[in-house]
Unconditional design. Sequence first.
Length: 500
Amino acid sequence: MTLLPEGFIVWSVLAPALFLLGFALLTLLLGVFQRDRGFVAAVALTGIAGAAVFALHFLMEAQRGSAESGFGLRYLADAHASAFTLVILLGTALAVLVGQGTLERLDLDHPEYFPLLLLSATGAVVMVSAGDLITLLLGLEIMSLAVYVLAAWRSDVRQSQEAGLKYFLLGSFASALFIYGIALTYGAGGHFDYASLMAVFAATGFEAHITALLGAVLIIAGLGFKVAFVPFHQWAPDVYTGAPTPVTTFMAVVVKTAAFGALLRVAATIFAGLEAGALGAILPGVLVVLIGATLVVGNLGALLQAGVKRMLAYSAVAHAGYLGLAVVAAGADGMAAAGFYLAAYTLMTAGAFAVLTQVMDDDDRGDTIEHFAGLGRRRPWLAAAMAVCLLSLAGIPPFAGFIGKVLVIQAAITAGHVVLAVLAVVTSVVAVVYYARVVVAMYFREQSSAARLPERPASRSVDVAIGIAAVGTLLLGLLPGLWYTLLEQGQNLLVFVSSP
């Protein structure tokens, strides 16, 4: 493990976030003066690609044992941060492609859209790179404020207004809990950075166990809202359904990746330190209850939905439960398993929502299963891509979702949570049912006259996004070692410690 001086400052660690921020400002200026939104989207993708180059460089450096940090370990560029940054950038790029091909048709093509996407992605990158709680809070708020606006992007539609308002009010309440949790944690440990808090909480003679434990529970509540753990999930179905589908694509993958990246880091450091204390069994118990409830409620909720968009919203809740298995095993194989799962989840979820934009009407409605009936004959390309994404979400081999579920379940078993792993397997069987309903409709049912597919030319950018998602889902399932090996080799650099 590389030991870094506590006060050591490396400005280069901010390169991915600064690149996104700079291009957010550039796309804002271009959006005002440039009528060609395709050009603005291309500029946004250029910024994402530039940030990805820096993140990939840091990931390669981490594999060679030379991870970087800056600002007294408050901002990190180790394997964990770099890998999750790449996943965030992938999700943002797919959201840009989907938005470029959809917003004009929905009459939502406003100049602020792409800048807000990049600003929210900037906050997400800061969250997964944070080395202390204050930096994490800053990233959380940067990401959230932009998403609040995007959720209400259809300002003339009541459902979208409701989505934005509900997300803002509940998100503000969750942020208040998170801030109070930070205050209690600081009061108990006397530090904000993860490494120092871990050392204090695990030290012999530490006495403020109850205060630290309460702070940790409130931190879980704050981040649990963003990842949609039960019972903090109530916003997800309504907001995902009410927001424009391109925005939902971004929220479903980028926001979840950022929140889980941060939660995993906190679990591997602060929570690990608390578990060494006298009340150490309480915190894992809280997480197990939340994750178990999330698996059950998410899958049963998805099973009861008639609309595909709302079904995918409950599916996102269910997948938060599967990713939660990695959180309870964050000190073992959970980090690498979560990194792989989130990459797979980003591809298959973004692909499913991208196909949904092509099936829904021009008013962003018409997402019932009947709208997918006969799609395999009418548009075989869309049906094949949707089938790949849904079967992967269900955990069917040889797609990436299957490998992801195997990894997180294996990590949970290794960490001693066998009952939780069994529950994940059982609920996965339930998931196959509601995903299979859409696949069966596409290939084995005739189109209904009341739910005809809109006749419009295909969008090239959306087709590119669908192709990337479908092919990526298949390749990641067939060749999982290409990504998982990078994550696994960086495990020894995930937790930073200060040099004496």
